[in-house]
Design a protein around this ligand. Structure first.
Ligand code: HEC
Length: 212
């Protein structure tokens, strides 16, 4: 599109739509930039279980790769769209069970194993939750990119709303915050339904040390 045409369009269409347009044309340009694509392709190779499909970005990743726009006022409408896509992809538990075994949940939260090129296809992937969250206070090694989850149930209560919110967060954190740093555990099949039920129990079972 010629710049003069773009300017005319911007004048007619109003600010938010215009910003959207500039943004998507920037993305289109990036997508069509052969040199750029080749540089990315050449920088990685498929190895073991890791395929080159890992460098294909979905709409959420593309949007968040431009943080200046994603966090701007103009990005707000698109942020909401991205969150809606992620909300709509969440599945509630097929057996209606939200709470599994908190002891297994603790192991999953501790484990950062999996999805590395040297893993086997059937290596069980961990949640790595402690990498970013304080959870059981007895564990003194934890990261702080995310908020402390210690006392999650005790502090927030065990209502249906809290249970569903926590389920949705773990399944797909971008449903609430388009560019959340928290991995989309169900979306990328990092954790299966049973594992998510177990991690849920760590946060929401009355018997879990998190709520003592
Ligand atoms: C790479 C860092 C990272 C990892 C790994 C991670 N989280 Fe998070 N998590 C965050 C961040 C950051 C937030 C804050 C909200 C946001 O920015 O979206 C968050 C928010 C949450 C919340 C909402 C807390 C609240 O009070 O609203 C829950 C629940 C949660 N995480 C659970 C988990 C569980 C369970 C795991 C492991 C299966 C996990 N997280 C792994 C970064 C992470």
């Amino acid at each position: 599109m010629k710049m003069t045409h773009l300017k005319q369009l911007l004048a007619i269409s109003g600010f938010i739509f215009a910003a959207d347009l500039v943004h998507s044309s920037a993305l289109a340009q990036q997508k069509n930039d052969l040199k750029y694509n080749k540089m990315i392709q050449d920088s990685f190779r498929a190895e073991g279980i890791t395929g080159l499909n890992r460098i294909d970005q979905d709409a959420t990743q593309k949007f968040c790769s431009d943080p200046q726009f994603a966090n701007s006022k103009q990005g707000e409408a698109m942020r909401e769209k991205i969150q809606k896509i992620n909300v709509d992809s969440i599945q509630q538990p097929s057996d209606g069970k939200y709470i599994g075994d908190w002891k297994n949940g603790e192991k999953i939260a501790q484990s950062g194993r999996g999805a590395t090129w040297s893993d086997k296809a059937d290596t069980v992937i961990g949640g790595g939750c402690y990498n970013c969250h304080q959870i059981d206070l007895k564990e003194i090694s934890y990261g702080n990119i995310g908020p402390s989850l210690s006392g999650h149930g005790k502090l927030r209560g065990y209502s249906k709303e809290v249970v569903t919110y926590t389920w949705n967060r773990i399944n797909n954190s971008k449903a609430y915050n388009a560019c959340s740093n928290m991995p989309r555990f169900a979306h990328f099949k990092l954790l299966n339904e049973q594992q998510i039920q177990d991690v849920m129990a760590l946060l929401l079972d009355h018997e879990s040390p998190v709520n003592k």
